[in-house]
Design a protein around this ligand. Sequence first.
Ligand SMILES: Nc1ncnc2c1ncn2[C@@H]1O[C@H](COP(=O)(O)OP(=O)(O)OP(=O)(O)O)[C@@H](O)[C@H]1O
Ligand SMILES: [Mg+2]
Length: 326
Amino acid sequence: MYEQHFGFREKPFSLTPDPAFLFLGAKHMTGISLLRYGLMNRAGITVLTGDIGAGKTTLLRQLLNETGEDIVVGLISNTHESFGNLMQWVAVAFGLPVATDSKALLYEQFAQFLIAQYAKGKRTVLVVDEAQNLENRSLEELRLLTNINADKDQLLQLVLAGQPELREKLQQPSLVQFVQRIAVDYHLRPLGPDETAQYIDHRLITAGGPAGLFDPVACRFIHYQSGGVPRLINAICDTSLVYAYAAGEQRVSVQTVFDMVIERVSSGLFGAGILDFSGLAADSPAELRKKGLERARRRASLFLRRANADLGLGKINKPDGSGARA
Ligand SMILES: Nc1ncnc2c1ncn2[C@@H]1O[C@H](COP(=O)(O)OP(=O)(O)OP(=O)(O)O)[C@@H](O)[C@H]1O
Ligand SMILES: [Mg+2]
């Protein structure tokens, strides 16, 4: 829709995890380096955790893109129990037949598969995304799979990625044996303010557009509203581009982002985390919402005043949302 207007080859802020857009700021760089390290050093279990939308799946996809012929990878991306037993998922991940639901037979089949790969000089890696959904029982089953060995070599490496509940789950005493086998682990944190601006520029350039399309205060404001979480940054940037396009603008000003965020929060579908109702008293839910929204607007205005002062741009962007477009 707005691609032509801004000169993009494709949409810069899609919500799918696409390694072509990979941005390696300090945090993601450490994350991918540790994943590579775990893979190369034959770590039994590698664990990547991070907040929702922080970029775990993106890093896993990048890792999988990099693996050579000597590594056989199986990927499980949905671990919900209602989808069947774990051994069936493991079989599917490696393209093995699932002719039975007997765990013992599936285990045996998989052990044979591991031995055959080993005989061919290949290593086998099972990657489990969304691992926060795994039951303790399944984690224990995975641990047992990493016990399968030939001579002194362990035949299966595990890479698990999941939301913070995975980390909490692994702290339970019953999983101590599992945890002792984790050789590498990393928690992916959201981007900082400067990194957010770099991330935005990186995606703009990768999509064939100009860097600096979002003005510096707009980038600060996007960091403030998204908490630095890439998926939320993408959502805010994408919608801001639509608003800027509709207004016939060539750059995205903080005014546009501010108007968009307030409008979408008001309409109720966006920014659940932005509204804070704590300590507010009201006679009806509608009044409570109104007060929450007023508070969000006040806080955003205050934030912008500070960001403008910080960046020495106070004269360009009016902080109260009423100023001329920058
Ligand atoms: N380092 C990065 N470079 C480029 N884009 C990124 C990066 N990290 C995250 N993103 C983008 O943010 C969005 C969310 O990323 P991703 O799906 O990888 O997050 P996640 O941590 O797996 O989320 P969930 O907890 O929901 O599984 C995607 O659109 C992805 O393209
Ligand atoms: Mg994911």
